[in-house]
Design a protein around this ligand. Structure first.
Ligand code: GLN
Length: 242
């Protein structure tokens, strides 16, 4: 079997609160099942052909890092849009998530986004910080993580969120009860954690989607997730959403 190729965009720059752990979780969960997998770290000046990627991951970054990364992201606009339109699997967290929309407006500075998702992000007053839990239609249990963002994201009409906030979670903007975006095989979210080690159902959803896109079976052998489930439950209980 051709290896599942995970393209990790700008790991040297966009990697907050252990976001790189998402790539480790994806790789390990493939390896544990005997699914061949390779990770390709894509630097800002590297050329990568997204036609060979099965899963693309973009992590979070502070506003400063986003300003450094914005041109390199913009250069790949048409390629990334084509990849997503073709059903390519993409996970983007926080700063990486904000890049998927039309713009990220920070005061007088307007950062042009990829326009892959109909959404706008505007930096608000104060930051939305804390442990987070959301209900998705992918995982039976709450998806848990940690959020810390100044940007407030508003999805366009009819755009499907990743989930609905639980407990004291702020979500996209602290107002509409929505968190992230889920559009085809693309998931964007504010949840760090890292997300996938704490929520293995989401990791498996992405791996299965990548396999199905290649015409293979998305049926994944079960893994022993007792430790992951226990960690998830502790946080869900602490947040009063278990
Ligand atoms: N810089 C962005 C914000 O503050 C994203 C932060 C992040 O990736 N945690 O909204």
């Amino acid at each position: 079997m051709k290896p599942i190729t995970i393209a990790h965009l700008f790991p040297e720059l966009l990697n907050l609160y252990g976001d790189g752990g998402n790539v480790i979780a994806l790789r390990r969960r493939c390896e544990w099942r005997g699914i061949p997998v390779q990770v390709s770290e894509v630097g800002m000046d590297d050329d990568i052909d997204f036609a060979h990627a099965d899963i693309v991951f973009v992590g979070g970054g502070a506003d400063r890092e986003q300003l450094i990364a914005k041109d390199a992201i913009a250069r790949r606009k048409s390629e990334l849009s084509a990849y997503v339109s073709d059903g390519g699997v993409l996970l983007a967290v926080c700063g990486g998530y904000q890049f998927l929309g039309h713009h990220y407006t920070m005061g007088d500075t307007v950062v042009e986004g990829l326009g892959i998702v109909d959404m706008e992000t505007v930096r608000g007053q104060g930051r939305l910080i804390g442990n987070a839990a959301i209900q998705t239609d992918i995982a039976e249990t709450p998806v848990i993580g940690f959020e810390n963002h100044g940007g407030r994201t508003t999805l366009g009409a009819g755009v499907k969120p990743f989930g609905r906030v639980l407990g004291a979670t702020h979500g996209n903007n602290g107002e509409d009860g929505l968190e992230g975006v889920h559009q085809g095989n693309l998931i964007g979210t504010y949840l760090h954690g890292p997300l996938l080690p704490k929520n293995p159902a989401i990791a498996d959803h992405l791996i299965a989607a990548a396999l199905v896109r290649r015409g293979e079976s998305g049926e994944l052998a079960p893994l022993d997730d007792a430790v992951e489930a226990a960690a998830n439950r502790v946080m869900a209980k602490r947040m009063g959403v278990a």
